[in-house]
Design a protein around this ligand. Structure first.
Ligand code: SD4
Length: 320
């Protein structure tokens, strides 16, 4: 019976479903029911995969998150995560990911080449090493030693787009114009334990060696085991300078609802930075199972999957 309905809000359409217009706040997926998952962008299958896993194995929240994130990581058509992610300006696909469990343990990999599932390598770093973060060659060797299969992450499409990009070699990330699909996936189980993960190939055609916010604990992801979790997407350089995910969880710690916490963090960014051409989107989930999101500009959407069903929601934004 779980996952029995899929809802749409503000007229956004999910694949294969008839168009429907749901006024915001019409249904109660946000009212604190558990288990629940929330993800950046339209990562519907990832969220539902996580949900299905926790229904079958209620104790495995972290594995549910990991399995959910595997979906975009292995999707060749997702050009901002894992296999098929657009390369940097030297033609290399380099991946960033991190994970945090319900105790606040953390693992992360940055600038990882040649493996489809950086989220699983990050989890191994968390569980099997005395460190939080491994980078570049060291992360590569660690993955090899732990049985991960090396592979070419470029697809015909990503090679083609890279060749096209080389003609002008112009780097200017624009609001919502790239296919932004970086996944930040947060979850809560029926015992109120929260965990999260984040995975990306970063900005398309970035400088070689560039690392974004997504693998940085407190920037692209943070789990405060006592109060809530947050994950970010958008221009990593801005997200990192504001320690955005940590900031959101601190606001929840002060008693704010996840929506208010995301809104306040975005307002902080907008006050200090020139954000005319910069997009940042945040999702948050608190210890009571309540969700929220907010972005700088229109165009950010997110998925919530709970006992009532799955809902794709268009985020409210600072600029309308
Ligand atoms: C980064 N925050 O590497 C990521 C990009 C992103 O959807 O979110 N893309 O800066």
């Amino acid at each position: 019976m779980l996952l029995r309905r899929t809802f749409l809000r503000k007229g956004l359409m999910l694949s294969g479903l008839p168009f429907a217009l749901w006024p915001s706040r019409r249904f109660s997926i946000d009212e604190g029911s558990t288990p629940k998952f929330i993800a950046t962008w339209n990562n519907k299958i990832a969220c539902e995969t996580a949900m299905q896993h926790i229904i079958n194995r209620p104790q495995e929240l972290l594995t549910a998150i990991e399995k959910g994130i595997h979906i975009p990581e292995s999707d060749p058509n997702d050009t901002s995560v894992g296999y098929g992610g657009f390369p940097d300006r030297t033609g290399e696909v380099t991946l960033d990911a991190c994970i945090m469990d319900h105790r606040g343990n953390a693992g992360s990999v940055t600038y990882l080449k040649g493996f489809m599932h950086p989220i699983s390598v990050a989890r191994k770093v968390m569980e099997d090493t005395p460190h939080v973060m491994l980078s570049g060659q060291g992360a590569y060797e660690f993955a090899l030693q732990n049985g991960f299969e090396p592979m070419d992450l470029n697809t015909d499409e990503s090679k083609k787009r890279y060749k096209e990009w080389l003609k002008e070699s112009n780097y200017a990330p624009k609001i919502n114009s790239e296919r932004h699909d970086t996944i930040g996936l947060l979850g809560i189980d029926k015992n109120g334990r929260i965990s999260g993960g984040c995975s990306t190939s970063g900005l398309s055609f970035k400088m070689s060696g560039r690392v974004g916010d997504s693998p940085i604990i407190g920037s692209g992801l943070y789990v405060d085991p006592e109060y809530g979790s947050a994950s970010c997407t958008g221009l990593g350089e801005v997200i990192m300078r504001h320690c955005t995910a940590f900031l959101v969880t601190e606001f929840m710690r002060q008693g704010m609802h996840p929506v208010e916490a995301c809104k306040k963090a975005i307002a902080r960014i907008c006050k200090r930075d020139d954000v005319k051409n910069i997009q940042v989107g945040i999702v948050a989930l608190d210890k009571q199972g309540r969700t929220g999101a907010y972005s700088i500009h229109k165009g950010f959407n997110y998925i919530v999957c709970g006992p009532e069903g799955t809902e794709l929601i268009e985020s409210d934004s600072y600029f309308s």
